[in-house]
Design a protein around this ligand. Structure first.
Ligand code: ATP
Ligand code: MG
Length: 498
């Protein structure tokens, strides 16, 4: 890398009220370089790229583009300087077409001001081809999968012909085959001499594609590793700054009594599902993307209509097919798309955590503030939620820490008997993953029946006492923790139907 970096940040400081988000951080991105940025939830990754992108102004420090002081005071300045960002949250408009989303705010127009649709679709097709994607430019984005929406976002940033593209966790909601597409695009952009800053909690990805990797911890620059120096262990060590606790161990505390029993369950998406979970047991559902895990969870919980079959909690049928009924009978469901389920952006962490467990906290209508504070503080500690205090607005937390608060909301509920968790550690850093596993385990030990849906095989193998494998909306395999191996799970998941 003899040439000059395209972007260079030196000694950047950024504070928010009560939070020192970045402290003396430096980073550079060269043309044609893939630069990884890693760190725990709340380490300062998103803040750093928001400084680069003109959303935040640093309190101190130097920002150079091609060696000269950059004049970046707004996102538009950044775009004009050739810096495009794919943010952690999806920002597409479902009711518009792929082409309109890609050229949003920049539609080609005639002198008279009408949109040049033909040119719009042609330009879009060119961009999509450049990325090797076959998506119809006229299709409404609302019909696309999350992965395709993510690809549309990437296409939008590329349509600006940037010199540097910043990607904040572009693959966190994607399956392995879709991740491959993104990694392939990154490699192509690299060939085209675009610089890429790549943020991800998936260290294997980062190690695969990055030329250099910068590690942040608690807002501080820790180290910038060259490709040849980096291994997963080394990265984790630098990120976490402590030895990770011993690999998490299950306590295996399933009792005989059956807590959740599902028989003959059929919905639009799943067929003839029979399974059970004992009191104190953690049961996992594995399978490839689209195998039907999320759909099964929704049908059991009563969010998707059940066409046939029964769901029982401790022998009592959850007769009515409604979420409210399920919740009343002691079932909880933490969905994979936790943002959709709703954070309350104008409320603090405490209210966001306890909002659905108020029953336990009020006496004659008087909310027991002390109890709320106690629950919240316990969750902040157990889930390692990074925040100056429990009153902080949830929108001010980092992406991963918002996820943790939504998990905390369910864990704070009383009278839970069965908890279904879909993708419990999506967007969550390596250190905090173990805490979440520990928490699920202690819930099981206290008598809860836990169901974990996950696309990460390691996760399923690590936490579950028993594992079902799904394919095409059906259960196609069942293993105890002792029998299960990655090979067995995978071969059941992909086996041709006999
Ligand atoms: N607008 C804001 N107001 C107050 N604090 C903020 C704001 N934005 C970020 N922070 C705080 O700055 C710190 C760094 O957050 P940042 O979003 O950069 O983390 P991150 O490394 O991207 O984490 P994650 O992996 O969870 O996305 C966190 O403690 C966060 O709570
Ligand atoms: Mg972030």
């Amino acid at each position: 890398m003899e040439q000059k970096p395209y972007i260079q940040l030196n000694h950047i400081h950024k504070t928010f009220p009560g939070v020192y988000a970045l402290r003396d951080v430096s980073l550079s991105v060269y043309p044609g370089e893939v630069h990884g940025l890693v760190g725990e939830n709340g380490a300062g990754k998103s803040t750093l790229i928001k400084v680069m992108a003109g959303y935040h102004t640093a309190n101190q420090g130097e920002y150079l583009i091609e060696g000269k002081p950059a004049q970046i005071h707004s996102p538009n300045d950044a775009i004009r300087s050739g810096i495009a960002v794919v943010y952690q949250e999806l920002n597409v408009v479902d009711s518009l077409s792929v082409a309109e989303n890609i050229y949003f705010g920049r539609l080609p127009r005639t002198a008279a001001g009408t949109v040049r649709w033909k040119k719009l679709y042609e330009d879009t097709r060119t961009i999509l081809e450049r990325l090797g994607l076959s998506i119809d430019p006229k299709r409404k984005v609302g019909y696309l999968s999350i992965a395709q929406k993510q690809l549309v976002e990437i296409a939008r940033s590329i349509s600006m012909n940037p010199r540097v593209i910043i990607m904040d966790e572009p693959t966190s909601a994607l399956a392995p085959t879709e991740i491959e597409i993104i990694l392939h695009i990154v490699k192509k952009l690299k060939e085209q001499k675009v610089g890429i800053l790549y943020i991800s909690h998936k260290l294997d990805e980062v190690l695969e594609i990055c030329d250099r990797i910068t590690v942040l911890r608690d807002g501080e620059f820790i180290q910038c590793l060259e490709d040849s120096q980096s291994t997963e262990d080394r990265l984790i060590n630098l990120m976490v700054g402590r030895k990770l606790d011993e690999m998490f161990r299950r306590s295996n505390c399933a009792e005989e009594e059956i807590a959740l029993k599902v028989e003959g369950l059929t919905s639009e998406k799943v067929k003839d599902i029979d399974f059970y979970v004992k009191r104190g047991e953690i049961v996992g559902f594995s399978g490839l993307m689209g195998a039907g895990r999320t759909e099964l969870a929704k049908a059991v919980y009563g969010e998707d209509p059940r066409l046939k079959g029964t769901v029982e909690i401790y022998g009592k049928p959850v007769g009515k097919n409604s979420k409210e009924k399920s919740v009343k009978m002691g079932m909880g469901f933490i969905p994979e798309d936790r943002k959709d389920e709703g954070i309350f952006p104008n409320l603090g962490i405490k209210k966001n955590t306890t909002i659905s467990s108020m029953e336990g906290c009020s006496v004659k209508g008087v909310i027991k503030g002390a109890r709320e504070r106690e629950i919240t503080d316990r969750m902040i500690e157990e889930l390692r939620i990074k925040t100056p205090d429990r009153e902080q607005l949830i929108v001010n937390l980092s992406g991963g820490n918002q996820q943790k608060v939504l998990i905390a909301r369910w864990l704070a509920k009383k009278n839970l008997k069965v908890l279904i968790v879909d993708e419990p550690t999506r967007g969550i850093d390596v250190g905090a993953k173990a805490e979440i596993y520990g928490l699920l385990d202690s819930l099981a030990r206290s008598g809860l029946a836990v169901v974990v849906m996950s696309s990460e095989m390691q996760e399923i193998l690590g936490v579950c006492d028993r594992i079902y494998v799904m394919r095409g909306g059906r259960i196609v395999g069942e293993y105890t923790a002792e029998e299960a191996t990655q090979e067995k799970l995978l071969s059941s998941a992909i086996q041709a139907r006999t």
